[in-house]
Design a protein around this ligand. Structure first.
Ligand code: ADP
Ligand code: MG
Ligand code: MG
Length: 315
């Protein structure tokens, strides 16, 4: 009797998707198998990007945006449901999270192209076009209508999390025993490493991004960190991060890093952004009301706050 002993390994691939860095890790028996799995994940993420990108003029999302104030647009049920869940998070966070924040991206640019602060007038006229209450869904027709001319939606704060979830789903459906989909800090993890140990997720120290603030074991579920140290602009010595309070049109301040743990990366992604906007007190209060969701907040003074049920001893 002969037995084949498979020795599994962690295989990794890094690539750029959705304008961001993705790191894929899968456990497989050999590199051919691992590569075919990773190809599937890449295809899935690329498919999602075509649906939700607001930069691609041919995406369904761009079609919705082009028809703002004009007419409802019929969409795939996948996009419809994603928008519906996004509206649910807007309600939960009193509008701190709002996919219609996107008309603000005409005035706040975090790619180095913005040389002066936008004027209060500019901010006022842009923020007038923001408001999730004006995203109208019709479940019978499966349409999305942005009521105000010039309104715009964007999935910058939820899309990478969603893509990570869908890629994970695709791989677990294929029987991949363990892996990590890391979409620039928006992670969905499952299973264990081949040496039997849990995956370890490092959270960057927001005060010094070359340092690790915490190393956390995780075997299943999502971890998402939103920090003000990745994309920001500085005016008069003050740092403005790429997260906007949709109610005021001003960048959120006070918090420098939020890490959210949740069963799904989509929720964790959206909530990390929300907590940034809501601030420490309201943020923790909201997170504590949600089952299976935890968070760690670091404010601009370096103070650390945790939600009530977090099981991390070494913080
Ligand atoms: P990261 O880019 O690190 O994943 P986030 O998940 O917090 O960070 O997403 C930030 C992006 O979300 C911004 O670049 C912008 O596109 C969009 N955004 C900014 N503010 C909001 C908001 N209040 N609600 C929804 N989306 C937002
Ligand atoms: Mg987010
Ligand atoms: Mg994100």
């Amino acid at each position: 009797i002969s037995t084949v002993i498979f020795s599994q390994r962690n295989y990794q691939r890094t690539l750029k998707l959705m304008g961001s860095r993705f790191d894929l890790t899968v456990v497989a028996n050999d590199s051919t198998t691992a590569n075919s799995y990773m190809d599937l994940a890449v295809n899935e993420i690329t498919r999602i990007e075509k649906l939700i990108s607001s930069w691609d003029p041919n995406s369904r999302t761009s079609e919705i945006n082009k028809n703002a104030g004009i007419k409802p647009v019929k969409v795939e049920s996948e996009l419809y449901e994603l928008i519906k869940r996004a509206l649910g998070i807007s309600k939960l966070t009193d509008g701190a999270f709002d996919i219609s924040y996107a008309s603000m991206d005409r005035i706040w640019k975090f790619d180095g192209s913005m040389k002066t602060m936008p004027s209060e007038e500019e901010i006022k006229s842009s923020v007038a076009k923001v408001g999730f209450q004006n995203i109208i869904l019709d479940s019978v027709e499966q349409t999305v209508f942005l009521k105000l001319p010039g309104m715009k939606i964007g999935f910058g704060a939820i899309g990478k999390g969603y893509a990570a979830d869908k890629a994970r789903q695709m791989l677990t459906d294929m029987g991949v025993p363990a892996g990590i989909i890391n979409a620039s800090g928006d992670m969905n993890t499952w299973g264990k490493q081949t040496n039997g140990e849990s995956w370890k997720v490092a959270i960057t120290n927001p005060m010094n991004k070359n340092k690790v603030f915490a190393l956390l074991p995780i075997t299943d579920g999502a971890v998402v960190t939103s920090g003000d140290y990745e994309r920001y602009v500085t005016f008069n010595g003050k740092r403005y991060a790429h997260i906007i309070d949709p109610r005021t049109g001003h960048p959120a301040t006070g918090i420098i890093s939020v890490t959210v743990f949740a069963p799904k990366a989509e929720l964790a992604d959206a909530l990390a952004t929300s907590v940034f906007v809501m601030g420490k007190e309201i943020g923790l209060d909201r997170i504590n009301q949600l089952p299976k969701v935890e968070c760690i907040i670091i404010d601009e003074k370096g103070n650390i706050s945790k939600s009530s049920n977090i099981e991390i001893d070494k913080l």
